[in-house]
Design a protein around this ligand. Structure first.
Ligand code: GTP
Ligand code: MG
Length: 204
């Protein structure tokens, strides 16, 4: 089914503002500019549901997107962007930490890494954190359209080894531009929420 019925529920900066209706949640984490907002837009076939910018640091709140009145996709602020002030960085880190530490209905944190580069120390730290909540990691290698076929294989191996991914973990190459990886990611998400009703079978 297509995810047609999607909307921004709330942009939150603190836990009191999170939605209170107990829907299951899937969160998207990753460095600033890695493509979190673009991925959400692509998953739901909406050009500008989540705001995208070539200027890193665009998403500075925790944005909850209501998907078919069933689950929330949670767009987390990006980490690791050098050009924001230290106090701003601390504010974001605190926001992400508060969310991850308190959110019981959070089913899975999906980590996005840029397929063009080796994962950073921040990415490794984030994945270690995710592993405290999730048995298996789900990693998305973004901007896949920007790689040559030779680079694709090499970079994927590099990402797997740097993040020490196991056989049980999942890694999905993804392009918000071409839509590659979208169906595979939806399958994983459907699996996580234990429903075959959302998203699957959607061609683009
Ligand atoms: P923050 O909100 O700053 O944390 O960034 P973000 O992770 O939400 O990234 P965003 O989706 O805003 O994308 C950043 C830039 O990368 C934009 O210029 C996007 O158009 C571009 N981009 C994202 N995904 C892809 C992709 O798959 N392919 C290509 N070619 N560009 C992409
Ligand atoms: Mg964003």
């Amino acid at each position: 089914m297509n995810a047609n019925n999607v909307s921004l529920k709330i942009s939150a900066v603190s836990a009191e503002q999170y939605p209170k209706d107990n829907k299951p949640e899937i969160a998207f984490a990753g460095r600033s500019n890695v493509g979190k907002s673009s991925l959400i837009n692509r998953l739901v076939n909406r050009k500008s549901l989540a705001r995208v910018s070539s200027k890193p640091g665009k998403t500075s709140t925790i944005n909850f997107y209501d998907i078919e009145n069933k689950i929330y996709f949670v767009d987390l602020p990006g980490y690791g962007f050098a050009k924001v002030s230290k106090s701003e960085k601390q504010k974001w880190a605190k926001m992400i930490e508060e969310y991850l530490n308190t959110r019981e209905q959070l089913l899975q944190v999906i980590l996005l890494v840029d397929s063009r580069h080796s994962p950073t120390e921040d990415d490794i730290m984030m994945l270690n954190w995710i592993r405290q909540f999730n048995d298996n990691a789900v990693v998305v290698a973004t901007k896949w359209d920007k790689l040559s076929s030779k680079e694709r294989q090499e970079n994927l191996e590099k990402i797997k080894s740097t993040l020490q991914l196991t056989e049980e973990d999942k890694i999905i190459p993804f392009s918000a531009q071409s839509g590659e990886g979208k169906e595979g990611l939806w399958e994983i998400i459907d699996d996580i929420i234990g429903s075959d009703e959302i998203g699957a079978g959607d061609v683009s």
